[in-house]
Design a protein around this ligand. Structure first.
Ligand code: HSE
Length: 336
């Protein structure tokens, strides 16, 4: 399987390490030999049709901060040039999410699909802004679009709803889908001020480079869009979400909730409407998880409510979701 990897940050590097450590096992168990034939970051690119040396990629990135130094010629080709000129089976889109125009990820995905590549995106931007049309484009070009890592990181939330609950009709769901705000609200419930809790979350590397994506609920809203489309077959995008972040949550709200045996959490829900907002949840509800954990409760017609809890972010966790998608694509291709 020839792969083009867009973006070589923590997730991209974790994926390369994961593929390296699992190489023998992947071949023995699934008969696949994933080869990275192209990778690019903001500094440049590296390509090799027979597969880039994974250890060297990691080494070069660590030493010089860009994969362009992989070869002596210092490949300056842009992402789009790589996608146009390098032949591959799968494109993995792992550049930063952007909810204004979703670029550059949107152009990477569209061009790869037009060239007949299957796509795995852990970038939420393009899906949040154009889920229905990207799905149509995938169908039109006879390629698969997968995105397990966009919701719940390594926790297989999308797979659970789509596959484990196959045949059921999910009537509603509600989840804590943003680890950063959950960490801040958990600390506030333990007496920390919002500012100190935010600073603490930043020092631990949890907060997005643009903190507004976490604090104003955009990250959770993007995940809600993906869930609503994939699980509920809705055709919605980011503007369809009613979104309120956690900036206005204060000690009074938290104290009021505590008196009722509740905690304030940033909840993303799909009932009649699609809403992200701070809400009180009973401390006895399995959904009421703390720290950076994510949780989601699906309610379906005949099987009641089930709650899945897990870590919603992290390099290796997200890389494992990409591997899951790769294996899924492999399975689908060999069926057809
Ligand atoms: N900023 C996100 C979070 C990262 O805190 O959950 C994972 O999408």
């Amino acid at each position: 399987m020839r792969i083009i990897l867009c973006g070589f940050g923590i997730v991209g590097q974790s994926l390369v390490k994961l593929l390296d450590s699992r190489a023998e096992d992947l071949y023995a168990k699934y008969g696949i030999k994933p080869r990275i034939v192209g990778v690019f970051d903001s500094g440049g690119s590296a390509t090799d049709p027979s597969g880039l040396d994974r250890e060297k990629l990691i080494y070069v990135k660590k030493k010089t901060k860009s994969v362009k130094d992989y070869s002596k010629s210092k490949n300056k080709a842009s992402g789009l040039e790589i996608i146009q000129n390098v032949d591959a089976d799968v494109l993995i889109e792992a550049t930063t999410s952007n909810y204004k125009d979703a670029e550059p990820g949107m152009a990477h995905i569209i061009n790869a699909m037009k060239r007949g590549m299957h796509v795995i995106s852990v970038n939420k931007g393009p899906l949040a802004l154009a889920f229905p049309s990207l799905m149509e484009l995938a169908t039109y070009n006879h390629v698969l679009l997968r995105f397990s890592g966009t919701v719940g990181g390594g926790t297989p939330i999308l797979n659970y709803a789509k596959n484990s609950l196959q045949g059921e009709r999910i009537t509603s769901f509600a989840g804590i889908l943003n680890g950063t705000t959950n960490y801040i609200l958990t600390n506030m419930a333990n007496g920390m001020s919002f500012d100190v809790a935010l600073k603490d979350a930043k020092s631990k590397g949890y907060v997005e480079a643009d903190e507004s994506l976490d604090l104003d609920g955009l990250d959770a809203a993007a995940k809600l869009v993906i869930l609503a489309n994939w699980v509920m077959d809705m055709k919605v995008t980011l503007p369809d979400i009613q979104c309120t972040g956690i900036r206005k949550v204060d000690f009074e709200d938290i104290k009021k909730a505590a008196k009722k045996n509740c905690a304030v959490k940033l909840v993303a829900s799909c009932n009649k409407d699609l809403i992200v907002s701070p809400r009180e949840i009973s401390l006895d509800d399995p959904l009421c998880v703390n720290g950076t954990l994510n949780a989601i409760a699906f309610t379906s017609e005949h099987s009641g409510t089930q709650t899945i809890i897990g870590r919603g972010a992290g390099g290796m966790e997200t890389a494992s979701s990409i591997l899951r998608d790769l294996l899924d694509i492999r399975k689908e291709i060999s069926r057809s």
